[in-house]
Design a protein around this ligand. Structure first.
Ligand code: DC
Length: 228
């Protein structure tokens, strides 16, 4: 496959976007960009600096001091905040909530979208997030909108957390996902929504390998049609 391509995978928290995106990127030899990690790094900065997360003007005013960077170490994405590798520190539920809050602010989104486009330029990418198909890569080769029942999403996130040693209870994770769904879909700036030309997939009763298999099939079909 010689043609440059990009795959956008959007959807709510815990639908399995990152697992599916990682498998697809590996199979297609593309880079994987987890855009949520970038909003999480911004959220962590605001938490560490005591910025009121309900004060959008204060968040916007703090943005010039936020130095987020993404690098690939042994093929794995690492996220840096002021040169500190915060890839692990951004995974707790407190940072999840902070990320949801900072991502409502348009100036935060503008900075992140610019970085995401810069990282993607000239490369084959699989990107996951909330606004990839609607804003970051409106001309993506393939757009997927991945959903699942909220309980299934909470159970998956809980299991992932356990593996990473994050000790939040299932109830805390469920509550946090419900709250984040509300924030992500109701915000004015690039709310979570399916792009008109995205293909919706429900992963509630499928393994993430099965979902990735479907996405890969679609991607290969499109790429073969475009460059036989
Ligand atoms: O995918 P995630 O759970 O790591 O994302 C954390 C938060 O960041 C999520 O609640 C919403 C926000 N986000 C966003 O607004 N746009 C993106 N492209 C990715 C994440």
């Amino acid at each position: 496959m010689n043609k440059q391509f990009s795959i956008a995978i959007d959807g709510p928290s815990g639908a399995g976007k990152s697992s599916v995106a990682k498998i697809c990127a590996r199979e297609l030899r593309a880079i994987y960009l987890d855009t949520g990690a970038m909003y999480r790094a911004v959220g962590l900065y605001m938490l560490r600096n005591g910025i009121d997360l309900d004060d959008e003007a204060a968040i916007a005013a703090a943005m010039p001091g936020v130095k987020v960077d993404v690098q690939y170490v042994d093929g794995e994405q690492r996220v840096f905040l002021d040169r500190e590798d915060v890839s692990r520190a951004i995974r707790g539920e407190d940072v999840s909530r902070a990320a949801s809050r900072v991502s409502r602010v348009e100036s935060v989104r503008e900075a992140m979208v610019q970085m995401q486009r810069d990282i993607a330029r000239g490369k084959n990418v699989v990107m996951d997030g909330r606004d990839i198909g609607t804003r970051v890569l409106p001309d993506a080769t393939l757009k997927i909108f991945l959903t699942a029942d909220v309980e299934a999403r909470a159970a998956r996130r809980f299991a992932e957390n356990q593996e990473k040693g994050i000790r939040d209870s299932y109830e805390q994770v469920l509550e946090s996902i419900i709250e984040r769904d509300r924030l992500d879909t109701s915000r004015a700036a690039s709310p979570l929504m399916k792009a008109k030309d995205a293909i919706e997939m429900d992963s509630t009763h499928l393994s993430l390998e099965q979902v990735a298999g479907h996405v890969l099939e679609l991607a290969r079909t499109i790429l073969e049609e475009n460059c036989p």
